[in-house]
Write a protein that binds this ligand. Structure first.
Ligand code: NIG
Length: 420
């Protein structure tokens, strides 16, 4: 890896530099250059002032963005649910029960130690679309052993720098073995399974999530798991209001969760509750991270999932208008959103959810970083991680103007070219 790389001749540079949050129009520059030194952004500025560097890359007047921060995915799975998807397109509603189908396939793959290459291939796919920071969850093991093995793999991927964030999702669905005694499963998910997952991840697990929904875990069960996770030192996330008004939004706000994700079925009061958390102060935790237990509850909208399940689109526009903090994420999983294409999510947010391009890009970068309580990613301010997305387009509006086109020309992650 070169010690320094200067990207010159950038037509549109989206630094989204937090140091300029009071002057957002200065966070996007024209005719600019960007210097990466080691793993960090060292400088950006006008073409007339470019410093020297070991390597120069001419962006040819194209647009440069921070890499996408995808704050919600479920990549630890095996199996295919295209038949379920096809039935849904023919009119069948999404029901959480499909999670068991993936759990069966995933348990076999875990037992045979076959999952890792599949997950690495999915991460490579995400990188190829400009994602440079990824969260992923357990949740298709759903037994003590299955969740521990999933957590071990997630921990290994965090340890070697492939993944940024790992989340324990033992409370994804009550598996069939516990259908007659769901309370016992909640006890397990809040007790021995949580402990086993944390131990297996070797200190690399920062989050716990629950699927708080009719047909999965009700508010009381979700609270039990989340409180146990908080006791264990994890930050909290919630799948909420995907299929109905499950109570997940209120629970997430009350417990100070970093994020509540899906948010399709929302009343005005739900939106206000999230907006009321927007000014909760964050707390620095060192090494580019923020404390998991302080800050707003971010509403994470998942446009690809909304389309793939034909759900009412999450009210991203109303959330922003009310003052809530939002993130855009892929929710890549085999059931409801089998894509990690963040550019597609941005396009959908603009085309269908009525976000401006600026709002959509911020939600897919800075928004995701806030939802993951990180300050080192999602922007290209000096000192940020050198995660850079060079588009095959002169301006970023092409993401929505040319939806579905392969607009990623190059990607640097931690200063290293990973897509060239
Ligand atoms: O975020 N809603 C819960 N979990 C996933 C879907 C899981 C599945 O159906 O396999 C989601 O949409």
């Amino acid at each position: 890896m070169p010690a320094s790389t200067l990207i010159t001749n950038i037509g549109e540079l989206w630094t989204l530099d937090p140091a300029l949050d009071d002057a957002p129009q200065q966070q996007v520059l024209r005719g600019a250059a960007l210097l990466l030194e080691g793993e960090r952004v060292a400088w950006y500025g006008p073409m007339s002032q470019t410093p020297a560097a070991d390597v120069q890359v001419d962006a040819g007047g194209r647009a440069v963005l921070p890499g996408w921060v995808d704050s919600h995915s479920h990549l630890l799975f095996d199996g295919d649910r295209s038949a379920e998807f096809e039935a849904r397109m023919a009119g069948r509603a999404y029901a959480a029960g499909g999670i068991q189908v993936t759990t069966d396939a995933t348990r076999s793959a875990l037992a045979g130690d076959l999952l890792e290459p599949l997950v690495r291939a999915r991460i490579a796919e995400a990188w190829a679309g400009g994602t440079t920071c990824l969260e992923t969850k357990t949740g298709y093991g759903l037994s003590l052993e299955g969740e521990a093995l999933s957590a071990r793999l997630a921990g290994r991927l965090v340890a070697d720098g492939t993944l940024e964030e790992a989340t324990y999702l033992g409370a994804h669905l009550v598996p069939r073995e516990y259908a007659q005694d769901p309370d016992a499963y909640v006890d397990l998910a809040a007790g021995a399974m949580l402990e086993a997952a944390l131990a297996a991840a070797g200190g690399r697990m920062r989050w716990a999530d629950v699927f708080c929904e009719d047909g999965a875990f009700d508010e009381d069960a979700s609270r039990r798991v989340l409180e146990a996770a908080r006791q264990a030192g994890l930050g909290l996330r919630v799948h909420g209001h995907q299929l109905g008004r499950s109570g997940g939004v209120a629970l997430a706000c009350e417990l100070g969760a970093a994020s509540v994700d899906h948010v399709n079925h929302m009343s005005a009061a739900d939106i206000e509750a999230l907006a009321a958390t927007a000014d909760r102060p964050v707390r620095d935790a060192g090494a580019g991270t923020l404390a998991v237990d302080a800050g707003p509850t971010v509403a994470t909208v998942l446009p690809a999932c909304d389309l793939s399940t034909r759900a009412p689109l999450a009210p991203a526009r109303a959330l922003l208008d009310a003052g809530a903090r939002i993130a855009l994420a892929s929710n890549c999983n085999p059931g409801t959103s089998y894509t990690s294409a963040m550019g597609f999510c941005v396009a959908t947010a603009v085309l269908q959810m009525h976000l401006t391009l600026d709002e959509a890009i911020r939600a897919a970068t800075r928004g995701g970083a806030l939802a993951l309580r990180r300050r080192d990613v999602g922007h290209l301010g000096v000192g940020a991680r050198a995660d850079v997305h060079l588009l095959e387009a002169p301006t970023a509006i092409h993401l929505a103007y040319r939806p579905g086109m392969p607009l990623t020309r190059a990607v640097w992650r931690r200063g290293r070219p990973i897509i060239t």
